[in-house]
Write a protein that binds this ligand. Structure first.
Ligand SMILES: CC(C)(COP(=O)(O)OP(=O)(O)OC[C@H]1O[C@@H](n2cnc3c(N)ncnc32)[C@H](O)[C@@H]1OP(=O)(O)O)[C@@H](O)C(=O)NCCC(=O)NCCS
Length: 142
């Protein structure tokens, strides 16, 4: 199996990253991916990771930490690389970065339309919390 190498996102990655998110169905009308990337680049950009096989971007994860909980967004692995362990590996890299910052727990959201992915998260140690997630949009991207 080809080795996944992981490093922080760089601006020249943008087109490939957005193409990967589009291919994996992570782009929805309410979230403009370019704006999401630009916002992330201003706040802890070192927690936004990309994974390569050779010179091709095949995995991403956008982690965050606000001093209490860690967050995970835009986790994606290219369709033709599914099941190679890259999702587990890039999540482990994000968890290492969060742990090093003192983060005690990660909270993440899964869209109800994407509930199949819950089995993946359970395989890598997550459990379903008995909470209801609420959101309030402060800036419209549409
Ligand atoms: C979810 C995703 C990141 C998994 O990446 P991946 O590289 O295929 O996962 P891995 O190969 O690292 O799998 C890790 C473990 O989870 C298991 N697993 C992966 N996907 C699974 C699924 N859909 N159902 C059940 N188990 C799954 C694997 O069998 C493996 O188990 P093991 O290591 O104990 O043998 C990838 O399928 C993806 O990009 N999905 C679309 C985007 C998405 O939904 N992102 C999350 C938004 S919340």
């Amino acid at each position: 199996m080809a080795q996944l190498t992981i490093r922080p996102y760089e601006p020249s990655d943008k087109d490939a990253v957005i193409a990967l998110w589009r291919e994996r169905g992570l782009i929805v009308p309410q979230n403009d991916p370019e704006k999401d990337i630009d916002r992330k680049f201003k706040v802890n950009p070192e927690l936004f990771l990309v994974g390569f096989v050779g010179d091709r971007i095949v995995a991403t994860v956008m982690a965050g930490y606000e001093g209490h909980r860690g967050a995970i967004n835009y986790l994606a692995v290219a369709s033709d690389c599914r099941g190679c362990g890259y999702g587990r590996k890039i999540m482990a890299a994000a968890e290492d970065l969060l742990r090093a910052r003192g983060c005690a727990k990660i909270n993440l959201n899964v869209r109800t339309t994407n509930s199949d992915v819950i089995a993946f998260y359970e395989r890598i140690g997550f459990t379903v919390d008995e909470v209801v997630c609420l959101g309030k949009r402060l800036v419209s991207d549409e």
